[in-house]
Write a protein that binds this ligand. Structure first.
Ligand code: AMP
Ligand code: MG
Length: 488
């Protein structure tokens, strides 16, 4: 059952506003399967009514009738500052589909639109669509994307662009910001209703606990700590880790100015609007921890029923302290795998850190380096390792490769088996910004072939796809940098 709470001020009935002459831009058969939508021969839904439904122009197909579309209220901290009430300003929850909530992003104004137009542009909708599906294929928890529907309706951003609606799926879109909202209003009843709903629907294991709310908090922290470790391991920068963009299911959500690292730079900032670098790559773990502290603070009233407020605070503080520990364990385990280590040894972390420092100093391509590392033969001499040639400080990297090969020998695993294992964790294909940009520019000219081709390639990110080799290349050095900002 979709998330609903009592009270009109919380979940507002929100009807989508139609768009003129909608057309398919992209569609994910894999998400359709998840939602139980039957696909026809043309790889689009068999029931053509879906085009109208997913564009917000109609509320029923032959099988489904979405009776009560809603927009929900939430608040949040944006760039570290309390922003007060926000809410689904351009997302409308249509209802449930096979246990997933179906949400239309960009389907027009809701009561929470504030100064916004309730719309999303084609560019950002394609980016969200592709990245949601790419992250899923990488094995990173994420909201999913079902479709992008375009329209020639003009939308004003820095320039005039055209409108699109991205249909998203998730078991729930509840955010840290939902908790913060009711905490800020000191509305303990709604806070409890929200937590009880979340436990019953998504964390049933907490029901058995003597302290269900504390356990709920612990589980949310654990999921998000593991999530951010995965982001780091794939070189993914979210770009806007405001508390209203943080899922309480530990899903990557609200794709905006995200980016996968091309050249490795530890303090890379992917969001052009983030001048202070609050959401830089290396700060993501710490920022997620900070967001969990916001959640802890919002949950104090829930825990202070059976204990006093000081005790509740103490319990939550202790639970919050587990975050960096869970994160570090997850990060270490992922990077050991990236380097092909099956066992754990004392010097591993120092070895990983030395490598990352050298990669940073020489701005090495993150995805391609790890992918190529799998091909190293423990019997070759260091001078024969081509990867070393990309590093500026040859002496340092040669020392590193010497130590790395020594370490690999301790694994007693055949080179070919190690390579196979490494290729299952080090992707060949990620959604690099320049690839998304090419697909977007063609789509803006009504050629959607590249969006759908990228979707297909990114659905198998760990496979060698010789015919698509060029999609694994780093961006050409003369290519102007794609700047992505909060404007979408
Ligand atoms: P975001 O930065 O996309 O996470 O959005 C932050 C808040 O602004 C959320 O409450 C959004 O619903 C709202 N918002 C963003 N863009 C628009 C828009 N074009 N129209 C209405 N609300 C918007
Ligand atoms: Mg958001």
């Amino acid at each position: 059952m979709a998330f609903t709470l009592s009270g009109d001020d919380v979940c507002q009935t929100a009807l989508p506003t139609s768009i003129p002459n909608p057309y398919w831009v992209a569609f994910s058969p894999s998400s359709a399967k998840l939602a139980g939508i039957t696909i026809g021969k043309n790889k689009l839904p068999e029931d053509q009514a879906w085009l109208a439904v997913l564009s917000g122009n109609q509320l029923n197909t032959s099988e489904h009738h979405f009776l009560n579309p809603i927009a929900t209220v939430y608040s949040g901290h944006q760039f570290g500052v309390w922003a007060g009430q926000l809410g689904d300003g351009r997302a409308i929850l249509l209802g449930d589909l096979a246990g997933q909530e179906l949400q239309l992003k960009g389907a027009g104004k809701t009561r929470f639109s504030r100064m916004g137009d309730g719309r999303a542009v084609l560019r950002s909708s394609i980016r969200e669509f592709l990245c949601s599906e790419a992250m899923h294929a990488l094995g990173v928890p994420t909201t999913r994307a079902l479709s992008v529907i375009g329209s020639d309706l003009p939308i004003r951003r820095e320039t005039i662009e055209t409108a699109a609606v991205c249909a998203r799926l998730a078991p729930s879109f509840i955010r840290v910001g939902h908790f913060e909202h009711f905490a800020a209003l000191q509305d303990r009843n709604r806070l409890k209703e929200l937590a009880d709903y979340l436990i019953a629907s998504h964390y049933p294991e907490c029901l058995k606990s003597a302290a269900p709310y504390l356990d709920l908090f612990r589980s949310i922290c654990e999921r998000n700590a593991k999530l951010v470790a995965q982001w780091q391991a794939f070189g993914f920068c979210h770009g806007v880790l405001n508390s209203d963009n943080i899922s309480v299911l530990g899903l990557t959500m609200d794709y905006g100015p995200f980016g996968f690292l091309d050249q490795f730079q530890i303090d890379h900032i992917c969001n052009h609007s983030d001048q202070g670098g609050r959401y830089a790559y290396h700060r993501q773990p710490q920022i997620m921890h900070w967001n969990m502290a916001c959640l802890a603070s919002a949950m104090i009233p829930l825990l202070s029923v059976n204990s006093n407020e000081n005790e509740a605070q103490e319990q939550l503080r202790t639970a919050l302290e587990a975050f960096p520990v869970t994160y570090a364990q997850a990060w270490q385990s992922l990077f050991r795998k990236k380097l092909g280590f099956v066992s754990s040894q004392d010097g591993d972390i120092a070895l990983i850190e030395r490598l990352l420092q050298a990669m940073h100093d020489s701005r090495i391509d993150f995805t391609n380096f790890f992918r190529s590392l799998g091909a190293i033969n423990t019997k070759t001499s260091i001078q024969q390792i081509n990867l070393r040639n990309d590093f500026i400080d040859r002496i340092a990297i040669d020392e590193w490769f010497t130590d790395y090969i020594e370490r690999l020998k301790a694994e007693s695993i055949a080179d070919s088996d190690r390579k196979e294992g490494m290729n299952r964790v080090n992707p060949k294909y990620v959604l690099r910004n320049h690839l998304a940009q090419t697909a977007i520019e063609l789509a803006q000219k009504k050629d959607f072939s590249e969006v759908n081709k990228l979707l297909m390639i990114l659905e198998s990110p760990f496979d060698e796809q010789p015919e698509h080799e060029a999609y694994s290349f780093a961006p050409p050095p003369n290519l102007p940098l794609v700047e992505v900002s909060c404007s979408s």
